[in-house]
Design a protein around this ligand. Structure first.
Ligand SMILES: NC(=O)c1ccc[n+]([C@@H]2O[C@H](COP(=O)([O-])OP(=O)(O)OC[C@H]3O[C@@H](n4cnc5c(N)ncnc54)[C@H](O)[C@@H]3O)[C@@H](O)[C@H]2O)c1
Length: 308
C-alpha cells in the first residue's frame, strides 16, 4: 500500500495500517511538503517516504509491488494523480471528494465495486450519514435527505478547507446514489470552538405518509452496529425522532413546496480512536476506517480471485 498526502487524513490512515498488522503493508508515504509531520512520522516508523508527489512515488524502488494507492490530498490533486496512476495497474482508493470513481460506503455498497480501478470514499460526512439514509430507505422510501456534519476546525487541514464545495456536492450525490434518497443535500460546519468538539451529524429524512416507526428504528440500529464494527465510537446521541406533517400542518420546503409525510431525524456522534489527532476528530476515523475496511475487502477479494 502507498499513501499520497501526508496531512491529517493520510497520517491517521498510515497509523491505522501500521497498527492493524496485516494483510496490508505500508510501502510508501508520499507528500509534497518535506517538513510535514506526516512524512517525519513515517520516517520514524520505518516507512519509505518521498516528498516529490506522485512522480516521486512512481520512481520509488519497489513501486511495481504496490497494489493499492490511497489518495488523501485534495480533489484537484486527485485528478492529476489518477492520470499518472491509471495506466500502472494499481488500484486507487480516493479519500478526497473528487468523485472520479464510483462511491463506496462499505456497509452499504462495497460488494458492488470490489473490482473498480478507482473507488471514491465520498466524504467524512458521507461515511457518517449515507448508511442512515440507506437504513431508512430500506423501510420507507426517502424522498429527501438533508444532512449537517459538524467537525472541529482543528481537524480540517488545508486540503479539507480547499474542498468545501466538493464536500457538499459529493456528499449530496452519495445520499442519492448510495443512500437511495430521491434528493439529497449536505452541509458542513467547521466549528472553531475550544476545546475542540466531537464530530456530530444530523440526518433528516423525509418519507411519504406515516412510516412504521419501529421498523425504521430497528433498521437504523442494525446499520449503526455495522458501522461500529470499524468505528466503535459511532453512536446515536438520542433516540430517533419522528414528526408527522398532515394536510393541516404541511412542512414548507422552499425548493419543492409543501410536504406531507414523516420527518425522521437521526442525531449521531463520532468519537475517534485518537490514532493521530485526539478523540474529538471522529471525522478522520470514519473516513480512514472506511477506507481501511474497503482495502481489506479488496485484498481478500483479489486473493480469492488469484486462488480461484
Ligand atoms: N479532515 C477530515 O476530516 C477529512 C475527512 C474526510 C475526507 N477528507 C478529505 O481528505 C483530503 C485531505 O484532507 P486533510 O484534512 O488531511 O488535509 P491536509 O491539508 O491536512 O492534508 C493534505 C496533504 O496532502 C499534501 N498534498 C497536497 N497536494 C499534494 C500532491 N499533489 N501530492 C502529494 N501530496 C499533496 C499536503 O501537503 C498535505 O500534507 C481532502 O480532500 C479532504 O476533503 C478530510
Amino acid at each position: 500500500m502507498a499513501i499520497i498526502g501526508s496531512g491529517n487524513i493520510g497520517t491517521d490512515l498510515m497509523l491505522k495500517i501500521l497498527r492493524c498488522g496485516g494483510p496490508l503493508r505500508m510501502a510508501a508515504m508520499v507528500g509534497i511538503d518535506p517538513n510535514s509531520d506526516g512524512l517525519a512520522r513515517a520516517k520514524r516508523l520505518g516507512v519509505p517516504t518521498s516528498s516529490e508527489g506522485v512522480h516521486g512515488l512512481l520512481a520509488m524502488p519497489g513501486f511495481e509491488q504496490v497494489r493499492l494507492v490511497f489518495d488523501a490530498t485534495s480533489a484537484e490533486a486527485h485528478v492529476e494523480h489518477w492520470e499518472a496512476l491509471r495506466h500502472t495497474g494499481v488500484r486507487v482508493l480516493d479519500l478526497t471528494p473528487a468523485a472520479v470513481g464510483p462511491f463506496c460506503v462499505p456497509v452499504v455498497n462495497l460488494e458492488d465495486h470490489l473490482d473498480a480501478p478507482n473507488l471514491n470514499m465520498v466524504t467524512c460526512g458521507g461515511q457518517a450519514t449515507v448508511p442512515i439514509v440507506a437504513a431508512v430507505n430500506r423501510t420507507a422510501p426517502v424522498t429527501y435527505a438533508e444532512i449537517v456534519s459538524s467537525i472541529s476546525s482543528k481537524s480540517a487541514g488545508p486540503g479539507t478547507r480547499a474542498n468545501i464545495d466538493e464536500f457538499t456536492e459529493t456528499t449530496a450525490a452519495a445520499l442519492e446514489v448510495v443512500g437511495g434518497a430521491q434528493r439529497g443535500k449536505a452541509m458542513i460546519v467547521l466549528n472553531p470552538a475550544e476545546p475542540p468538539i466531537l464530530m456530530r451529524n444530523t440526518v433528516y429524512c423525509l418519507v411519504e405518509g406515516d412510516c412504521d416507526h419501529a421498523a425504521v428504528e430497528s433498521s437504523i440500529a442494525a446499520m449503526i452496529e455495522r458501522v461500529r464494527c470499524y468505528v466503535p465510537g459511532y453512536r446515536l446521541t438520542q433516540p430517533v425522532q419522528f414528526e408527522t406533517f398532515g394536510p393541516d400542518n404541511p412542512l414548507h420546503i422552499p425548493e419543492t413546496g409543501k410536504f406531507i409525510g414523516t420527518r425522521v431525524t437521526t442525531l449521531l456522534q463520532v468519537t475517534g480512536a485518537a490514532d493521530y489527532l485526539p478523540a474529538y476528530a471522529g471525522n478522520l476515523d470514519i473516513m480512514t476506517s472506511a477506507a481501511l475496511a474497503t482495502a481489506k475487502s479488496i485484498a481478500a477479494h483479489s486473493l480469492t480471485n488469484v486462488g480461484g
